[in-house]
Write a protein that binds this ligand. Structure first.
Ligand code: NOJ
Length: 571
């Protein structure tokens, strides 16, 4: 097992628009990030993943890039970026940029050229198709609703966009596109950045048929457009493109890479992150994010279903076990696309602090590189949006219009799904203190601040040794001290228990035992037979536990989490 630095690291994700606003325009910015680096240093993270800061018309908050080598006006200048990067490096923090190269903005110079004429040198940078029977070339629905094809009058063709119509997909079959992307990556590496998070990277190879057409997706919602994502993820040339990127760019730097890979299977995960033959360090896989939606439902993530903890155990364990010693993975419960974990998997009212700590413990003791999304370390919760007018996210706004306006679904039910799963939940401003606008901005924030900011904020959390923040800090510290947390072999206990999630990690004669209560009942826990009578010390817990800890059965309190280090092997 090689000792790569990114295996020992913890990553903190910054969504710059909502992190900290330094100039009072209501939008977070780079100088705001620089001003708040103490917070990250106190938490003890190693790497920052910065969501896109490039020039963008903001149809999708920066995931629609119009210039890869310049900074978004609202976020500052390249000089601000250089100052921020130097400040991070001075503190020993590394910086991972967001690489969004499945698509550009339609305002990117390449697309502006490409759409002019069929013989423009940039035309082939994008994916164009003739109408089929006078209409869109196939039945795919874009991620942000509507057809995945948009008509372009000047060339008499449609272009493909898997997200909004302002995010045309790049044509990776064209070697010039790949060369442009690789050069752009070199540009940022030459500035000193330490790696890339790759946006929907497993969508770059499209499933062309021999005649160049793109097949219809299976019909799951008769009479409407169909989700096409199952067809465009993990395409035939994906691994080849990634290996080329590795050979041209990544292999020359000791950086960190994580590929966002919706619908990736474990086989693909092993292939892409394989220690010898893979191309990326780790993936963001989505299986555990899909367990609280009805499988196969045409409404996708919006078709809500209560999580069955046994499904989470089965999914996580399959990934933990399959990658051990072969590949690597990221560990995450939240990011800018997901609701807040404490609201989704814990209890964000009575047991907010306990359940936020439990979830952090559960995640950070697993095998992989943990990611902390801004505000997660404070136990920030979902947002009680009052109406559709308060939403800012293109995905939620469009899905509401289409589901209610076109498909005639019940508005209350659609809004309830948005409250539970909408991306704006994670995008409300970071709550720094109890001053107006939670200390995020002196101006009017671009999206409302969560009203619980007077209780839930960083100033309060730092001052309270029992806060979620200090618990996360201790979890991060433990990873640094105990190789078993980084490299131990995982084994699931109690696969059929619907409330207690327990697992072990084993390395060199030591076993880490992690026991988490995912509910508000008080179940009992019996020590696994091989560890009975072994010497055990309590490494961390979210509730006071009487010392000295001995290997004795115990009753768990609501949302309790305990981690023991035992001398001896459990498996
Ligand atoms: C995944 C990103 O995380 C999300 O925020 C974005 O909307 C899509 N990719 C499109 O870039």
């Amino acid at each position: 097992m090689s000792e790569a630095w990114w295996k020992r690291s913890v990553v903190y994700q910054i969504y710059p628009r909502s992190f900290c606003d330094s100039n009072g325009d209501g939008i977070g910015d780079l100088a705001g990030i620089t001003a708040r680096l103490d917070h990250l240093q106190q938490l003890g993270v190693d790497v920052v993943w910065l969501s896109p800061v490039y020039k963008s018309p903001n149809d999708d908050n920066g995931y629609d890039i119009s210039d890869y080598r310049d900074i978004m006006d609202e976020f500052g200048t390249m000089a601000d970026f250089d100052v921020m990067l130097a400040a991070m490096h001075e503190r020993g923090l590394k910086l991972m940029m967001d690489l969004v190269v499945n698509h550009t903005s339609d305002e990117h110079a390449w697309f502006q050229q490409a759409r002019r004429s069929r013989d423009n040198p940039y035309h082939d940078y994008y994916i164009w198709r003739e109408p089929k029977d006078g209409r869109e070339p196939n039945n795919w629905e874009a991620a942000f609703s509507g057809s995945a094809w948009e008509w372009n009058e000047a060339t008499g063709e449609y272009y493909l966009h898997m997200f909004s119509r302002k995010q045309p997909d790049l044509n990776w079959e064209n070697p010039k596109v790949r060369a442009e992307v690789f050069e752009m990556m070199q540009f940022w590496l030459a500035k000193g950045v330490d790696g890339f998070r790759m946006d929907v990277i497993n969508m770059i190879s499209k499933p062309y048929r021999a005649d160049g057409s793109l097949p219809d997706a299976p019909v799951v919602r008769p009479g409407f457009l169909q989700p096409g994502f199952g067809l465009v993820t993990n395409g035939p040339r994906l691994l080849e493109f990634l290996r080329e990127m590795k050979q041209q760019v990544l292999s020359h730097h000791d950086g960190i890479t994580v590929g966002e890979a919706p619908l990736a299977t474990i086989t693909q995960g092993v292939e892409i992150t394989h220690e010898d033959s893979g191309a990326l360090n780790m993936l963001f896989q989505f299986e555990h994010m899909e367990l609280d939606s009805v499988a196969g439902h045409p409404n996708g993530k919006w078709a809500l279903k209560a999580l069955d903890l046994r499904d989470l155990k089965a999914t996580m364990s399959r990934w933990q076990d399959a990658l051990h010693g072969r590949g690597w993975n990221s560990l995450y419960l939240g990011n800018h696309d997901q609701p807040r974990p404490v609201s989704r998997f814990g209890d964000d009212e009575r047991w907010r602090v306990e359940s936020a700590k439990m979830l952090g413990t559960w995640l950070h003791m697993m095998q992989g590189t943990p990611y902390v999304y801004q505000g997660e370390e404070l136990g920030m919760t979902n947002m009680p949006f009052a109406s559709v007018d308060d939403l800012r996210d293109i995905e939620s706004i469009n899905v509401y219009q289409v589901a209610v306006g076109e498909r005639g679904e019940d508005p209350a039910q659609v809004f309830a799904a948005i409250l539970a799963k909408g991306r704006d939940n994670a995008r409300t401003p970071v709550q720094w203190d109890a001053t107006p606008n939670a200390g995020f901005s002196s101006g009017r924030p671009w999206i409302a601040v969560n009203p619980n900011c007077s209780d839930v904020n960083a100033a309060q959390a730092l001052a309270d040794p029992d806060s979620v923040f200090h618990h996360y800090r201790r979890l991060i510290e433990l990873r640094r001290r105990h190789p078993v947390i980084v490299h131990g072999r995982h084994a699931l206990l109690l696969p059929d228990d619907p409330q207690v999630y327990a697992y072990t990690r084993t390395l060199g004669g030591q076993t880490l035992l992690v026991v988490c209560n995912f509910g508000d009942q008080s179940p009992s826990f019996s020590w696994p037979a091989p560890l009975r009578g072994s010497r055990a010390s309590l490494l961390i817990a979210n509730l006071a536990v009487a010392e000295p800890a001995v290997a004795a059965d115990f009753t768990l309190r609501p949302y309790e989490a305990r981690v023991y280090l035992c001398q001896g092997e459990a498996s």
